[in-house]
Write a protein that binds this ligand. Structure first.
Ligand code: PHB
Length: 389
């Protein structure tokens, strides 16, 4: 039913489309759906600032077309809001691309609209594996939890860890992290001695962390989404004195990401994580990114979401350039499939078949460099794919 309504609205929009649409000079609109308010407001800030940093560095005109961001606030994990806003972006704003998505539920909610409207849709963060399979018009410039978790399990085993307790946020990306860690670790001969899932909203970490301590594993593996949940987990880890009990903390980089690392403070020192981006990554591309980001948001440390937004805009620019400004959904997908980008995190590629990202995954340790906390990369797994793809 909804499908029919959107279909009719699209037909109407096409009939009344301004004559300038498609003609030289028409602005290319990138509709960004992101969490701009509420508990997850940082996600939207990072993503949109990353996108703006790309535009700052490369100018706002490509192939004679002005590029415009149309930013809409999903307010948090709110699939119904995301879906309604996506419909408006397509029908009212007539965007050429849909992009953004800090949180998985918001990305999943928009898949059917991407398909029906044939809109190239760029997921700049949401990291549950299945998202790209939900529409042939979705590509991802961020990562998947499975992609960064498999190397963590491998690294842990290689470094003598055999008994691990897993703690994940109880929704899509957490379930992927839990399953991937267990599968990879078990195959290598390790054992997951306990599993805990914590709610996405207002979790109380202390009881979970006490259970971990009581089980006496050698390490705890953690994924919670970037930001406040990471602070909550680290606080409980310290208060329950897990480190003193000899339980190491291994995590995906979401827990120690650059935007939150100052709030974690010295408690985070020594935490090992795997992820695709660190501010401390040493490359000319990262230097240029950091300089552009500092111009857009001087008060904020950019994290991996900012890089997802930045690279997502790099993908948009490449599509507009290669299509000489005449953006059409199917042709855009033709450019996006197989696209390679020299990202601030290192080389990345959008796999032509899965439309998901292939990239290096780095092993990092939280250390102090020049008096500030950083995720210092000391090892890496090259050109990693989502293990299920
Ligand atoms: C997600 O909802 O897919 C998500 C959010 C934050 C993260 C990772 C994944 O840090």
């Amino acid at each position: 039913m909804r499908k029919t309504i959107l279909g009719a609205a699209l037909a109407l929009a096409a009939a009344f489309a301004s004559p300038a649409a498609g003609a030289a000079g028409h602005t290319i609109k990138v509709g960004i759906l992101a969490e701009m308010s509420g508990t997850f407001a940082d996600f939207g800030q990072q993503i949109t600032n990353g996108a703006k940093a790309y535009m700052k560095q490369h100018g706002d005109t490509v192939a004679g077309r002005k590029i415009e961001l149309v930013i809409r606030d999903t307010t948090g994990p709110a699939p119904d809001v995301a879906k309604r806003l996506a419909q408006e972006l397509v029908v009212k704003d007539e965007v050429d691309f849909i992009a953004g998505f800090g949180l998985t539920p918001n990305a999943l909610a928009v898949a059917s609209i991407a398909t029906e409207a044939k809109k190239p849709t760029i997921v700049m963060n949401a990291a549950t594996s299945v998202i790209t399979a939900r529409s042939p018009y979705i590509v991802r410039t961020s990562f998947t939890l499975a992609q960064v978790t498999e190397p963590m399990a491998q690294w842990a085993h290689r470094n003598g860890v055999r008994k691990v307790y897993t703690v994940v946020a109880d929704y899509g990306p957490g379930h992927d992290a839990e399953a991937t860690f267990k599968k990879t670790f078990a195959k290598l001969g390790g054992e997951v001695v306990g599993e805990a899932r914590v709610p996405l909203k207002n979790p109380e970490f202390s009881p979970f962390v006490q259970k971990v301590k009581d089980a006496r594993p050698e390490a705890v593996f953690v994924f919670v989404p970037a930001g406040e949940l990471a602070v909550g987990f680290m606080k409980a880890y310290r208060e329950r004195e897990l480190a003193k009990a000899g339980i190491r903390l291994l995590s995906t980089g979401d827990v120690t990401e650059d935007g939150v690392i100052d709030a974690l403070g010295d408690n985070a020192l020594g935490v090992i994580s795997t992820h695709q981006y660190s501010m401390a990554h040493d490359s000319p591309e990262n230097k240029a990114f950091l300089a552009a980001y500092a111009q857009v948001a001087p008060q904020q440390r950019p994290n991996f979401m900012a890089v997802g937004g930045y690279d997502g805009m790099a993908a948009v620019y490449e599509v507009v350039r290669r299509l000489d400004g005449n953006v059409d959904g199917d042709k855009a997908m033709g450019v996006l499939k197989g696209l390679k980008i020299a990202s601030p995190r290192g080389p990345i590629q959008i796999d032509a078949d899965t439309r998901d990202i292939v990239q290096n995954v780095y092993v990092r340790e939280v250390r102090k460099v020049g008096g500030k906390l950083y995720n210092v990369e000391f090892d890496h797994f090259p050109a990693v794919r989502d293990p299920g793809k």
